[in-house]
Design a protein around this ligand. Sequence first.
Ligand SMILES: NC(=O)c1ccc[n+]([C@@H]2O[C@H](COP(=O)([O-])OP(=O)(O)OC[C@H]3O[C@@H](n4cnc5c(N)ncnc54)[C@H](O)[C@@H]3O)[C@@H](O)[C@H]2O)c1
Length: 270
Amino acid sequence: MAYNLLKGKKGIIFGALDEKSIAWKVALKAHEEGARFTLTNAPIALRMGQINNLAKTCNAEIIQADATSIEDLEELFKKSMEILDGKIDFVLHSIGMSPNVRKKKSYRDLNYDWFQKTLDISGLSFHKVLQTADKLDAMNEWGSILALSYIAAQRTFPDYSDMAQAKALLESIARSYGYFFAQKSKVRVNTISQSPTMTTAGSGVSGFDIFSDYANKMSPLGNASAEDCANYVVVMFSDLTRKVTMQNLMHDGGFSASGITGDLIEDLIK
Ligand SMILES: NC(=O)c1ccc[n+]([C@@H]2O[C@H](COP(=O)([O-])OP(=O)(O)OC[C@H]3O[C@@H](n4cnc5c(N)ncnc54)[C@H](O)[C@@H]3O)[C@@H](O)[C@H]2O)c1
């Protein structure tokens, strides 16, 4: 069911790689809710070509940008304002990558060049997006900027490795920049901490199936799916959440507030 929550709003959506991507589901939902937006991803992701189908469905243009490059980000914001004919109301940062995780380096034997890459792509890039939008004065008043996080920022999940530090950085940037953007133009900045979700980035973490199953049993409402996440993101982009800012918002079926659940006790008894 559509509610027209984003009617007249203009946005930029980072990170739709394939139809499993959280950003892909957000794009479909935002389109359904009446938004116009541009889609963006790194050159290598665009070469995979799947995003073209999404662009067609959503009537959106695709603009290539490596989120670690200020030059690319400036081009992206300028072109998006041209295409959409005005300033931006919402931005989704849905970006994550760790070479250490991808190459299965243990946390006790990290490659530090890769660690810096992890932090740059998955954490610092959010600051670059915010600062670019700020300097270009690209955001409308009461706009909403979101990034996606994971609870490994607060608790240890051994196989999440250096991505845990990247998520802690990401959440901290949302708080710090959220202050300045609120002061400047009432723009809100938040992170959503999402349940384990079966996507390319998610399933790259070893043992993903097991900790996803554990999280599902540890969450009274069960894991939040990518579609559930898209619904929440759309509400956070809408005018119904104007005073929510500088928060890390748990979207995890109750996982983060649960000590133990009946489902897990049953498993342990077996
Ligand atoms: N899948 C999960 O279990 C889960 C849980 C919590 C949070 N998240 C977060 O959700 C976000 C989206 O991930 P996803 O699960 O949809 O996986 P995904 O693999 O579909 O998306 C990750 C995206 O990051 C993009 N990316 C990588 N390097 C980039 C760069 N230099 N510039 C621009 N884009 C770049 C990729 O091309 C890809 O589109 C990530 O921040 C991820 O950490 C995922």
